[in-house]
Design a protein around this ligand. Sequence first.
Ligand code: NI
Length: 176
Amino acid sequence: MAILKVARLGHPVLRMPSQAVPKETIASAGMQRFLDDMIETMREYEGVGLAAPQVHVPQQVAVIEVAENRRYPGEGPVPLTVLINPKILSASKKSTVDWEGCLSVNEFRGQVPRAESLEVEAYNRKGEKVKFSAHGFFARVIQHECDHLAGKVFLDRMPDLSTLTHLHEFVRYWQA
Ligand code: NI
């Protein structure tokens, strides 16, 4: 396993649409090692999600894991989830606004509206097609990671940049 280098805002790889992963390559040793490296990298930098372009690989792969009770008490943690070629099949009209950060836009937080719930389809790391619903913070993270796969970052989704906040000031003035 290895901790991968994270691309920061300005690196062109963050602005490229990612390529779909051929289903038959998901089980390959190379892809399985890459998934393990992404998971290790996400945990090392205490992210709740990581998309492959953030480690300089423009392929449609994302990993998500949310530890116990971050910001949505009662919703519980999100277990480790690997999404390959994820598709948001439908999104609720109802949206919620909350703070987001990004390992590629490090040391910033900003308020982003996101659909409250989603229907998602993807391959898991065994190459099985999975379909599931996601709500609240999990749905937020999926939308954030799917944006990365389309070359977007959360700043693009902020209707009002006046909430853009350095992490230090976020903790000092805004953290609930
Ligand atoms: Ni991000």
